[in-house]
Design a protein around this ligand. Sequence first.
Ligand SMILES: Cc1ncc(COP(=O)(O)O)c(C=O)c1O
Length: 406
Amino acid sequence: MFNPETIKQQFPIFKQKTPLGQDLVYLDNAATCQKPLAVIDRITDFYAKEYGTVGRSSYWPATETTKNYNEVRGKVQRLLNAAHEDEIVFTSGTTDAINKVANSFLRPRLNAGDVVIISEMEHHANLIPWQQICTEKGALLKVIPILDSGELDYEALESLLTNKVKLLAVTGVSNALGIKNDLLRIIKAAKGFEVPVFIDAAQSVAHSEIDVVALHCDFLVFSGHKIYGPTGVGVLFGKRERLREMAPLSYGGGIVKEVTIEAASFQQSPNKHEAGTPNIAGVIGLGAAVDFINEIGYAEISAHTKAITGYALEQLKAMEGIQVIGDVDDRAPVISFVMEGVHAHDLSTFLNEKGICIRAGHHCAQPLMHRLNLMATARISFAIYNTKADIDALIIALKETQAFLS
Ligand SMILES: Cc1ncc(COP(=O)(O)O)c(C=O)c1O
């Protein structure tokens, strides 16, 4: 039987008290989530017992490490249901993967007058790289607007699509509001104009099953640290033909066939796209995170985070002076809200005094905040280890804050 308390015990951070002596209530999982012992131990074992480089040397432990590193590629392929293992490229995170696709895929294909489409709810990471290249090339960055509910205006998207569009980049889930986008609908519409589609899945992979074949997206990216894995590692899924036609994402050692002073020829992807010594420990740790997710299973993960989100919404909506932002029935485990008369930053500082971690601010989504006429919101976001007791502690602390500050 699934029990979040048992899961929580697998996370060493929850065994200690905060500096003020409280139990830690961690509700900032959309920023980054805590690490289970299985991931920590796997990384420690790698450094302590089997450390070596990858893809270059024929001695143990380098051969063992190369085998383990490549096995993680297979694990991620199966996690995303990608058709081929070589469609998985390791990066240092979502931001890195977006910048690399922007430079290597978009830049050479974009001309003056072309169009790139993003949405109004994008994290800055899935906005600025495209924006900068559009400015440089004299291309247009067009935006799928959101409705007052926070959902994308799908009809507006359909009116933006033409054969001038060279890329559509959209998030699976809004990191600021938890709104889930209908990716099948978006991708189907884009494919009608043969537009390549890039999915920012940074907020999706921890909570719900992804199938890149069913989605039919060209690229999909996420970060290890948001799925119980280490920082400094991420994944770029790219369709085989896309990755093959792209120039290396960066240049250096480990990716070449032949080099002279004048020129270089390159291996095929994924090697072509992983120049230099990669974050080997990060990739090995990511593999342990994928195992951790698989052991629990997406059915349990989604059901639990949905139940916690529902419970939190119910409690928040029952409170006076709290406004939940975004009006949707089904949301990812991310809730943004404002407390009347209390700035979000003051709220988060006050909650920190009680051992409760929440995020306050614009959530790296300033255009979305402008659209909603907000400077900042308080955001709570859940993971597999969060319990109803965490929400109860939050609600008590919110009431105390209200009494004290407003
Ligand atoms: C939707 C979304 N995209 C991109 C990012 C950037 O991820 P990273 O900082 O791991 O590169 C985040 C991080 O919060 C995010 O939520």
